[in-house]
Every structure is written in C-alpha cells, then in structure tokens.
Ligand binder design. Structure first.
Ligand code: DQA
Length: 152
C-alpha cells in the first residue's frame, strides 16, 4: 500500500469560515473527507493532520517518516519563513508537494516567497481545494513512476 501524509498548517482549521472569498467555503472536515475518498479511488492510504504549531507539524512528519511514502502539505503561512519545516521535509527524504488554495504569487509580496518550494517536487497554487486533489494525483503518479517529467 502507498501511504500519504496530508498536512494542513496554521489557521487552516478555520477553513470554510476564514476569509471564504480567498479560501472558499469548504470546511477542513469536508475537505479531508473528500480527500480520503479520492485516496481510496487512487488506491492509496492517507493520514491527515492539521496543527497551528510549527513544532507539532514537524513532530508529525518525524513520527510518520517510516510509514509515509510521500507528503502533501499546505504549510499556510509557514510557507513563507519556516526553515525548520523545510529541514524536516529534507530530513525524512520523502517526495512532497506543496499546495495552496489561493494563488500566493498574486497576493501580498511576502506570500510570493516559499522557503518550502525548493525541497518539494512541485508547488500547486490557486485552484482552491482542487490544488489538493491535483497534488494528490501528481504525488501518486510520481510514486508509481508514471509522472510526466514536465513541472507544472
Ligand atoms: C495559504 C496561503 C498562505 O499565504 C496563507 O498564510 C495560508 C493559506 C493558501 O492555502 O492559500 O494560511 O497557504
């Protein structure tokens, strides 16, 4: 079985109620349910985690480093400054895809910078919750060795 971690960073627990004009109206519970269904369709097992603390996210990545084959992560604002999260992704040597609901390249200047991007195999932005679904499909294709070589 292929095992995937799906991680949501700070403030994403408030999905659905937090700035819905930017992040949409789907709650994190609904999103995780839909992703779990998608994972079943793809024949992979997904384990979900959301936390508002950088250290807890890093602990989760460490804890599941043997179990997991790959990682989907929306790091929230940690994207823009968390070198310790970046180091954690490198430390566990698993392919990771960075996803964002909004298009971080079209927002405030500080959001355009991702310190995570370089250590991920891809970055998918601006598709709302579809960013996660596309990320999951790409990661599974990558793990099965069927990914096309072009970046997004
Ligand atoms: C986000 C974009 C980040 O800049 C922001 O801090 C978030 C959500 C997104 O999914 O669009 O919390 O990661």
């Amino acid at each position: 079985m292929t095992n995937i971690l799906i991680i949501h960073g700070p403030n994403l627990n408030l999905l659905g109620e937090r700035e819905p004009e930017v992040y949409g109206s789907t709650t994190i519970f609904q999103l995780n349910q839909m992703l779990a269904q998608k994972a079943r369709e793809l024949g992979v097992e997904a384990r979900f985690f959301q936390n508002n603390s950088e250290g807890k996210i890093i602990d989760f990545i460490h804890k599941y480093r043997i179990w997991a084959h790959g990682i989907i992560i929306n790091p929230g604002a940690l994207t823009h400054y968390s070198y310790s999260l970046r180091d954690a992704i490198v430390a566990v040597s698993k392919p990771a895809i960075e996803v964002h609901l909004s298009d971080i390249h079209k927002r405030e200047p500080f959001r355009k910078i991702s310190v995570i991007k370089e250590v991920c195999i891809d970055q998918i932005v601006g598709l709302g919750i579809q960013s996660y679904f596309k990320g999951l499909e790409k990661l599974v294709m990558h793990l099965r060795g069927t990914a096309s070589h072009d970046k997004l």
